[in-house]
Structure formats: structure tokens, C-alpha cells
Write a protein that binds this ligand. Structure first.
Ligand SMILES: [Fe+2]
Ligand SMILES: [Fe+2]
Length: 199
């Protein structure tokens, strides 16, 4: 099994310095969130370092790997950039021998999210959006939500992502909509439950 140090060295060789700074900040943010939400901090750090492993691969390569693995759909074909997440998970397994399903899912779903995401998946999705280098309207509110409730933070993060896509005329993958609806439903259920509990 390859060590974390060796993995970081391998990543350093493959990605640009700008991206390296981003992935290190995501890893540190994810590690802190893992401690707060009682998840494996080492896995969170590793998933953070590796989440954009395929981000700088050419679009043709992303599309070809996605096609080979039966991942390619209409939206991915039009926005191949989104594939850096699921293709990243495939490459990490193949090239680095990482087999941990939680880590692979967290990397594979960090662009679209998915309904019923696990805790590490939510942490990586959110850490990517709130790492200290991020600056956009609403990021402070999202940072605050990430301190107390991962599900509420996911709903806010997805609303923000969808709002950005609408505003900038970007294609929206249906999985992002399904994920947002899942967290909206969860939020409504929790609110209903807490009203019941209060009396
Ligand atoms: Fe990414
Ligand atoms: Fe990222």
C-alpha cells in the first residue's frame, strides 16, 4: 500500500502549482470538518489532496475514459470538465491502487453530488466550495453552515451551484438537480420532525 507521503509526491508531479495549492487547502479544510463531524480525518485529508487528480487531463482523455467505463451521457459529452470527478476516481484506483470506497465516492461525486451522499462525500463536496481561496457571494454563509450542519450546508451549496449555472447559462446535469431535491426534502422532513418534537 502506497503511503500518504508518496501519494502527495505523486500528485505534486502531476498537477500545476495553482491546483496544488487548492487541493492542499481542500485537504486541510476537509480534515478540520472530519474532526468536527467525527469522520476519519486521514481519509478526509487524502480525498481532499486527490479530489482534482484528473482536473488537468485533456478533455479528450476524460471523455475517452468515461466512454470506456460506460459513464458518458449527453451532459458529460457537452461539458467534459464535469468528468474530472468520476474519471479521477477511476484513475486513482488504477494508477495509485486506492480501493477505499468512501474515498473513491467522495472524489467521484465532488462535481455533481448524489442523493444519499455519505459523510465523507459531503465533506469533500463542501470543503471544495469553502476552502480559504474561495471568494464568491454567499461563501461566508456557507462556511458558517459547514460549522454546524452538513445537510443544510449541502442544500445551500447546491442552491448556490445551480444559481451560478442559471446565471451564467451553464448546462445543468440532472444528477445535481436530483441531489438538490434530495437535500431539500431532507431539510423539510427535519423541520417537520423538530416542530413535532417541540410540541
Ligand atoms: Fe474538482
Ligand atoms: Fe477542487
Amino acid at each position: 500500500m502506497i503511503s500518504n507521503k508518496e501519494i502527495i509526491e505523486l500528485v505534486e508531479k502531476q498537477i500545476s502549482s495553482g491546483l496544488l495549492q487548492h487541493v492542499c487547502q481542500v485537504a486541510q479544510t476537509a480534515e478540520k470538518m472530519a474532526v468536527r463531524f467525527e469522520t476519519d480525518r486521514e481519509k478526509a485529508f487524502l480525498a481532499g489532496i486527490l479530489h482534482d487528480y484528473a482536473k488537468e487531463r485533456p478533455e479528450e482523455e476524460l471523455t475517452a475514459i468515461a466512454e470506456e467505463n460506460g459513464l458518458l451521457d449527453e451532459i458529460y459529452r457537452q461539458v467534459p470538465f464535469l468528468l474530472h470527478a468520476p474519471v479521477g476516481a477511476i484513475l486513482i484506483k488504477k494508477e495509485l491502487g486506492i480501493e477505499d470506497e468512501e474515498i473513491l465516492n467522495a472524489i467521484g461525486n465532488h462535481t455533481l453530488g448524489r442523493p444519499s451522499m455519505g459523510r465523507l462525500e459531503k465533506i469533500i463536496y463542501l470543503a471544495d466550495m469553502i476552502e480559504p481561496g474561495r471568494d464568491y457571494p454567499g461563501v461566508e454563509r456557507l462556511r458558517n453552515l459547514c460549522q454546524c450542519d452538513l445537510d443544510q450546508a449541502m442544500l445551500a451549496a447546491l442552491d448556490s451551484t445551480l444559481g451560478y449555472c442559471l446565471q451564467h447559462k451553464r448546462m445543468i446535469h440532472p444528477q445535481t438537480i436530483n441531489t438538490r431535491n434530495y437535500f431539500l426534502k431532507l431539510d423539510k422532513m427535519k423541520a417537520k420532525q423538530s416542530r413535532k418534537d417541540q410540541g
